[in-house]
Design a protein around this ligand. Structure first.
Ligand code: 13P
Ligand code: SF4
Length: 312
């Protein structure tokens, strides 16, 4: 097409300066997108960056709910998402009308909600959490406060067990983390008996039970930089291994397998929609843009502001 022959890296650099844009990328993005970004991080880091930036344009290499958070916190900026179809299975598993009915069925509960959710569900919630902030935030909520937690039942279940809570869980899952195979993981552990396993709390309990470290993407990356051995099994989306290999090149990082014995089925299909070509076009055209009606933005912002103040 018309993009052949373009030096995409150079063009993206030129447009970034010309449009006074900042490029934010999640750890699950393709290596070339991580490498061209001004900042790479987990969902909490990225929302803080979006709230603080003085750029005119935020080009968000991640999924749509993350770009929406950027727009909610920085409404005067243009926020572009290279591919507007970059959704999230957790968001899809929690339709706002059903979540509203769930809330109404439990009027004495507050709603603690994972950031991997639609803007409408955020607007129906009291406090948003990310995987890196959930425990800190929950520890500030009295033990006798009744809580509903959605959409991720595995993250909710993990926090319930770890913190002795009994939050009522919405039955949502992430299709990516759900796909790890316990049998294949045990086979891999047998091949690498000294390698610890680091897992994201979106993994089901049969994966978390075999893990030595459980945490957010930034937590897992930090573990990869500091663990004492030389091989690590990584039970989260495998694109994060790019940052590990850059930070600790002499160590070996192995993606935990799915049922087919390799880690390719654990690539997030939504994150994978963003490409260098689409990033270039989104900076050139300042489209596709995230646009949010102001009343909805203000309602969703309340629960996000609660997160930012309780997480800091
Ligand atoms: P983190 O907040 O840990 O980066 O997780 C985001 C995500 O989508 C995990 O699947
Ligand atoms: Fe959503 Fe799972 Fe992809 Fe994260 S990895 S964006 S939770 S589908």
């Amino acid at each position: 097409g018309s993009l052949t022959g373009l030096d995409l890296r150079a063009e993206i650099d030129r447009l970034r300066t010309e449009k006074n844009a900042v490029i934010l990328a999640h750890y699950y993005q393709k290596p070339e997108l991580q490498d061209i970004a001004d900042f790479v991080g987990d969902s909490l880091d990225l929302s803080k960056k979006a709230a603080e930036t003085d750029a005119d344009v935020i080009a968000f290499c991640g999924v749509r709910f993350m770009a929406e958070v950027a727009k909610i916190l920085s409404p005067d900026k243009i926020v572009v998402l290279p591919d507007m179809d970059a959704g999230c299975s957790l968001e899809d598993s929690c339709p706002p009308d059903q979540f509203k009915a769930f809330r109404e069925a439990h009027p004495d509960h507050i709603a603690l909600t994972y950031i991997n959710s639609s803007i409408e569900v955020k607007a129906l919630s009291d406090i948003i959490v990310t995987s890196s902030s959930a425990e800190k935030i929950l520890s500030q909520i009295p033990m006798d406060q009744k809580i509903i937690f959605g959409p991720d039942k595995h993250l909710g279940g993990y926090i319930n067990r770890k913190m002795g809570r009994d939050m009522l869980l919405w039955p949502g899952v992430c299709i990516v983390h759900e796909a790890f195979s316990e049998t294949e993981l045990l086979k891999l552990k047998a091949l690498h008996p000294d390698a610890p396993v680091a897992a994201h709390p979106e993994c089901p309990p049969h994966v978390l039970d075999h893990s030595d470290y459980v945490g957010s993407t930034s937590g897992i990356l930090n573990f990869a930089k500091t663990f004492p051995g030389d091989t690590l099994i990584v039970a989260t989306e495998p694109h994060i291994i790019h940052q590990m290999e850059k930070a600790v090149p002499h160590k070996q990082f192995i993606g935990a397998p799915g049922a087919d014995g390799n880690c390719n089925c654990n690539i997030c299909p939504y994150m994978a929609l963003n490409t260098m070509e689409k990033l270039y076009v989104s900076l050139r055209d300042l489209e596709p843009r995230i646009e949010i009606a102001e009343p909805l933005r203000l309602s969703a912002k309340k629960s996000l502001d609660a997160m930012l103040s309780m997480a800091s």
